[in-house]
Design a binder for this molecule. Structure first.
Ligand SMILES: NC(=O)c1ccc[n+]([C@@H]2O[C@H](COP(=O)([O-])OP(=O)(O)OC[C@H]3O[C@@H](n4cnc5c(N)ncnc54)[C@H](OP(=O)(O)O)[C@@H]3O)[C@@H](O)[C@H]2O)c1
Length: 273
């Protein structure tokens, strides 16, 4: 029987993209799934698609940077399914601009989205997950391993998730709760994915060579694998794994390669506004 059968899982930011793929994989494995996002129309469309396949799913619109909305998300999950076994904090906005050009409000928005947007749902879910001895998994990025150009606030936010996860892992070591962090690499995006520019406008994501991208399904399977094995850290994609190794032993070389690739293929990192 699947590890996930009859478990209740919340996936934040699951109306589209990687979050939706994780939610779908959990549904296929027999979990009761709570979809979340701010765009209620998109969320409802995703819920209807899942329901049409016969999955056990609800959708809760909530901005996860707000603690009251997170409390509501957990309360509605318990009303629907009676418990919370798994929380995956996937919601997060990204950016594409050099630090010196950034409006300070954009810096704050990216930080808030990635740090508060992960810490607050975890805080709200903690009592229920203590009872179930379940999992809290933070979705991070390769940008959480090394600071990337045009992604200063995003990298800072994702690196902070490692610190948060390390603190929780120690604080909760006797609770039976599993804490995990997944460093996702370049992944094929939905066509309507947007990131923030210097002024806070939503712009399309930079072009990325296809060979650097994993599918959303591959990422979703890797996240479920980390939960099933109750592992702390998972670094996805060959590039991500090589990066993590090289940063540890050859940090200067990694910075040179990032600088070189930015000059050669600047559009890997920088979107066109
Ligand atoms: N795609 C990649 O190549 C890649 C690489 C590394 C890491 N990641 C990470 O993987 C995660 C998912 O990325 P993605 O590419 O799938 O992103 P995406 O397509 O932009 O989807 C992000 C989702 O998060 C939701 N969201 C954003 N802010 C929210 C908030 N405050 N409250 C609730 N929901 C919120 C969005 O829905 P609403 O707009 O409706 O709120 C959307 O459903 C992110 O944490 C990202 O940093 C992605």
């Amino acid at each position: 029987m699947s590890y996930f059968k009859n478990k209740t899982a919340i996936v934040t930011g699951s109306g589209m993209g990687i979050g939706r793929a994780i939610a779908l994989e959990l549904c296929k494995q027999g979990a009761h799934v709570v979809l979340n996002g701010r765009n209620e129309e998109r969320l409802e469309k995703t819920r209807q698609t899942f329901l049409a396949s016969g999955y056990s799913v609800i959708a809760v619109g909530a901005d996860v940077t707000q603690i009251s909305a997170c409390n509501d998300l957990i309360q509605k999950t318990i009303e629907a399914f009676g418990k919370v076994d798994i929380l995956i904090t996937n919601a997060g906005v990204s950016m594409s601009e050099y630090f010196e050009n950034l409006d300070s409000k954009v810096f704050a928005q990216v930080i808030e989205s990635n740090i508060h947007g992960s810490a607050f749902p975890a805080l709200s879910a903690l009592p229920a997950i203590k009872t179930s001895k379940g999992s809290i998994v933070f979705i991070s990025s390769a940008a959480g391993l090394v600071g990337l150009p045009t992604a200063s606030a995003y990298s800072a936010g994702k690196m902070a998730l490692t610190a948060l996860a390390q603190s929780l892992r120690i604080e909760l070591s006797n609770s039976g709760i599993h804490i995990g962090v997944v460093h996702v690499g370049f992944t094929k995006n939905d066509d309507d994915k947007r990131v923030l520019n210097a002024k806070g406008e939503l712009i399309p994501v930079a072009h990325r060579p296809a060979y650097l991208q994993q599918t959303q399904e591959e990422v979703a399977k890797a996240v479920l694998d980390l939960i099933r094995k109750r592992r702390f850290k998972s670094i996805l994609s060959v590039v991500g794994k090589l990066n993590a190794f090289a940063i540890r032993y050859f940090p200067g070389l990694v910075l040179s390669i990032i600088s070189y690739s930015q000059k050669r293929m600047g559009n890997v990192y920088k979107s066109k506004s």
